[in-house]
Design a protein around this ligand. Structure first.
Ligand code: ZN
Length: 186
């Protein structure tokens, strides 16, 4: 991201809002916004290989492995406003497991860009499946969207829940139910 160019654009935006970009509180705002967007969209410039970085280990495990309540912060692609909440990831290992912090990094890799929650959920599930060669994967995400809370319908207390189930999580109701009960959704 060319931060200088973005700062210029934010300066223009401030003018269009009817603001005075030269007043004391706003003097450094364009640079700060450019810095913030650069971080919030840093997923575009990350390399998935580096994100996972060899943290897939051989293991005898073939049971369900779960990582609950991973914090998610992303930007909706329709309004460039934040949506945020939690993500639960479960998978059934097939002789390979992935480091738990890497699951959180995969979430950030896809969340730090313009997103819709449905696609974010499914990208995380497919990546875990491919990287770990899991027999099945389930991802459930529950987020609140600023574009719904602050504008539009102004529903402050509603959360959107999305799920993506692959492999045995899709084909076996018992596996899916075990996952849902472990994450406290049943
Ligand atoms: Zn939106």
């Amino acid at each position: 991201m060319n931060k200088e160019r973005v700062a210029q654009l934010i300066n223009e935006l401030l003018l269009e809002m009817g603001e005075d970009p030269d007043r004391e509180g706003l003097v450094k705002t364009p640079e700060r916004v450019a810095e913030a967007y650069s971080f919030l969209t840093s997923g575009y410039s990350m390399d998935l290989k580096e994100v996972v970085n060899g943290a897939v280990f051989e293991s005898e495990a073939n049971n369900m492995i779960l990582c609950k309540d991973i914090e998610v912060y992303s930007l909706c692609e329709h309004h460039i406003l934040p949506f945020f909440g939690t993500c639960h990831i479960g998978y059934i290992a097939k002789n390979k497991v992935i480091g738990v912090s890497k699951m959180a990094r995969i979430v950030n890799y896809y969340a730090r860009r313009l997103q819709i929650q449905e696609r974010l959920t499914s990208q995380i599930a497919h990546t875990i499946r491919e990287e770990v060669g899991a027999e099945g994967v389930g991802v459930v995400m529950e987020c609140r969207h600023m574009c719904m809370m602050m504008r539009g319908v102004q529903k402050q207390n509603s959360a959107m829940v999305t799920s993506s189930v692959l492999g045995s999580f899709h084909s076996s109701a018992a596996t899916r139910e075990e996952f849902m009960s472990l994450i406290g959704r049943r």
